[in-house]
Design a protein around this ligand. Sequence first.
Ligand code: GLU
Length: 279
Amino acid sequence: METTRFAPSPTGYLHLGHAFAAWVARQLGHRMLVRIEDIDGTRSSEAFTQAILEDLAWLEIAWDGEVVRQSERMEAYRSAVESLQSQSLLYPCFCTRKEIHASVEAPHGPAGSIYPGTCRERTPAERNRLVREGKPYALRLDVGACKLPPLFWEDWNGKRHTTEPYRFGDFVVARKETRTSYHLAVVVDDSWQGVSLVTRGKDLEEATHAQSVLQHVLGIAPPRYLHHHLVTDKEGRRLTKRDGDTAIRLLRERGWSPERVWAAVERGLGRPRRSVTGT
Ligand code: GLU
């Protein structure tokens, strides 16, 4: 039995791309879960969460079980962080975003600049001093200390992908403001919810490198992945929440039917929806 999930961040209204992502998850999951990724307390809102659930219902995409909110799962993330700490795989990073960007050695990775490892080199005494001084810090995974065997992930079609553990450098597992991160929360929750197939857009395929590393160090069996085609605008650009004119909400207000929405999704995909899932 395949368990999939649709995991929107409630920082805006669903757009045509989300509608397609939800449809893929529904199409391939015998059990399809909805998880609200609201760890970013400043950008997420309950109003957007409610709007997302309402739009899904209007699109006739039914989900299974209770909606899970990541903001209610902080305890689980804390214990995952503790497990990594007890393996001495984390270090506090006091750098600001600006400092990292300014660093001349920083090669540019998929997530902006790859962290050059400045805080990895600090002595325990220095770290303690900075913590005592109240300097805010994130926790980064010391990827070099993870002693990783070759890692792989498998996609829905059975193709094996090789994990590149250093793709993101020493990535953040607990942010300064929330004691978790996107990667950590996704890995912990996909496992806890029994997700067997992660369906998400190709724009998130790179994230799988980091998530594969985390699965290994947390002793989590990896799910399979389907990184699907993206719905793009007329110029072939990926839709973002700023592209308000593809918001399902707005299209509904303009009197569109769900059928019309699906037709627009297929135009944006450049192919029939079913050709993606083979269903
Ligand atoms: N919450 C993420 C987003 O809205 C998706 C996370 C995932 O599918 O791994 O882009």
